[in-house]
Design a protein around this ligand. Sequence first.
Ligand code: HEC
Length: 247
Amino acid sequence: MSCHKPDPKQAGFDPSLPSGGAPLKTPIGILYPPNLTPDTQTGIGNWSDLEFVNAMQRGISKSGQHLIPAFPYTSYAAMPVGDVLDIKAYLMSLKPVTSPKRDADIPIAFLLRRGLGLWKFLGLNTTPWKPDSSQTVAWNRGSYLVNGPGHCGECHTPRNLIMVRDESRLFAGGPHPEGQGKVPGMRSLLERSRYKDKKDLATALQFGEEFGYENMASGGMRQVQINMSKLPQSDIDAIAEYLISLK
Ligand code: HEC
């Protein structure tokens, strides 16, 4: 929802539906994330399961073009296909909204799409997420949510010169991918006295700025935190358990 927000100028504007069209700033230009409602003309209404999975996990559009990785298929690629199809089933149950696709304002769009094949060869890891049997069930749940659907690493992992995530510095923080300021690291949160304990971190993830946790307020983190607050308590605790284990 945070990225696929409707454009307020849209006819029949409904802020609760991911009908897309609101601008999303990225380092390469402004993108207008598309309509995820099941409208058959302008949304995903006539997408097959295969087309949806190809977009979510391989970054390939319905018409066979490479999608720009501002869409974090690089994280969704780690999800089991069943979870991706559950998301499709949910999206298909929403009210269809007419919201035509708007082309990105990118100076070198044509060149960029051509280069994306090579970029994906370097930057798209399609290894599915795997549980670690030496860890608790909650830790594994947290690891899955953070590395898969939560796509936390898209902002919290630094990127190299060609914007590929530097996995050797996973979650180490770095320049903000939208080009403004920095994203903090997610490692050693307790050792660096960012949080007192697991419970303190879970409270921060759940309530953020409202409870005075100012370091979850800006650079897109506020929306992430508001979205996380809708998760069941057990999932929030699982994310906190996983995060504090990252040294
Ligand atoms: C859109 C980019 C983006 C995404 C996606 C994102 N974050 Fe953040 N995160 C930030 C930024 C920017 C900050 C710093 C905010 C501030 O200082 O106000 C931050 C701050 C944090 C902090 C506070 C760190 C500290 O030092 O206290 C935690 C914890 C955190 N994020 C966890 C997560 C988790 C968990 C996810 C995935 C569910 C996530 N973030 C996804 C951008 C992002």
